[in-house]
Write a protein that binds this ligand. Structure first.
Ligand SMILES: O=C(O)CCC(=O)C(=O)O
Length: 324
């Protein structure tokens, strides 16, 4: 069992155990059991032992395979988490990005600049790179019987100290931990409104820059006066430590905040999967996220049109599309 600090989940979240996320070694799990007990019903689980014997994805390894690849580095800035989230101009994929080569990003990590400015490689597609079909990862996915991916493999990588703040995804995700450790805080989908998400109407004004899939609350320093319903969410909180070689299934609608811990490079790869139909239809969190994206379309189209006459339109269009 992983380290947990969670009281009972509600019945609607169909936990495999009343108060915990199971940690199961692959030697005790078949693809069929993974699918039936966790993936199909949408229950988080940590699977260990699948990424063993892999060459560590160190900075040198990554430079060797991805050195020339250009990635959008998100610039979060160190004072972001001192601010009230309601004052944020952007969040998640809406954050300002700089396109640089992995080799240059590695230099920023080595010099400490990436840490100082909280520069993070988030959701960077590995498509078209030598690691897009890394057998260690694709074999692990096949062993779990996963198919129907919505996205390519994506890199999440940076110095320890970065937090991807509390949000949910409208797709099922597998987060594969390769180097370093991540601390993950989870809340079940039943807590959608108790974690005070940003309103979907935000998208009308801000497009993809401020998203309804983000919580306004800092789970470790909640402002109960501004966000009183969060008291009801607290008993549903689950904390796990994701160690190298472990895979966490984060089903659609499950809130998660992910912090890279330690003092070196922390690197994971994820992929999103189609939510099985039976669960998809009644997953309001998922449809709510899509509704937000649709409401954001006029704003996104406006940005596209205003980017057209500019000299840097190629880059601007790429960034707008990546954000969406
Ligand atoms: O690793 C991270 O920083 C965040 C990962 C995440 O949000 C996800 O896998 O859905």
């Amino acid at each position: 069992m992983n380290n947990l600090s969670s009281p009972a989940l509600s019945r609607g979240d169909r936990p495999s155990k009343p108060d915990a996320i199971a940690v199961i070694d692959i030697s005790a799990l078949t693809a069929q059991a993974f699918q039936q007990q966790y993936f199909l019903p949408g229950i988080p689980v940590v699977v260990t032992g699948l990424l063993a014997n892999q060459e560590p994805w160190t900075l040198d390894f990554l430079c060797q395979h991805l050195g020339d690849a250009i990635f959008p580095v998100r610039q979060y800035g160190r004072d972001r988490y001192q601010q009230d989230k309601r004052d944020w101009a952007d969040m998640g994929s809406g954050v300002t990005v700089h396109s640089i080569s992995f080799r240059d990003y590695a230099d920023l990590i080595r010099s400490g600049q990436a840490h100082q400015q909280d520069l993070y490689l988030a959701r960077c597609s590995l498509k078209g790179t030598p690691l897009e079909q890394a057998p260690i990862l694709t074999d692990a996915e096949s062993t779990l019987g996963l198919s129907g991916s919505v996205t390519p493999l994506n890199l999440w990588c940076g110095p320890a100290g970065h937090t991807s703040c509390l949000h949910y995804d409208p797709m099922d995700g597998t987060l594969m931990q390769l180097v370093g450790t991540k601390q993950v805080t989870l809340f079940p989908p039943s807590q959608l409104y108790n974690v005070h998400p940003f309103s979907v109407w935000n998208h009308l004004l801000h497009g993809a820059k401020r998203r309804a899939v983000y919580s306004q609350v800092y789970p470790n320093q909640p402002d109960f006066e501004s966000f009183p319903r969060f008291r009801k969410a607290v008993p549903h909180r689950i904390d796990i430590t994701l160690n190298p070689g472990e895979i966490l299934l984060i089903p659609a609608g499950w809130w998660h905040e992910v912090t890279s811990v330690g003092d070196g490079l922390v690197c994971s790869v994820n992929r999103w999967w189609n939510v099985p139909w039976g669960r998809s239809l009644r997953n309001w969190s998922k449809w709510r996220a899509h509704l937000g994206s649709v409401l954001g379309l006029p704003h996104v189209l406006g940005n596209l049109v205003s980017a057209l006459p500019t000299a840097a339109r190629g880059q601007k269009l790429k960034e707008i599309i990546q954000r969406f």
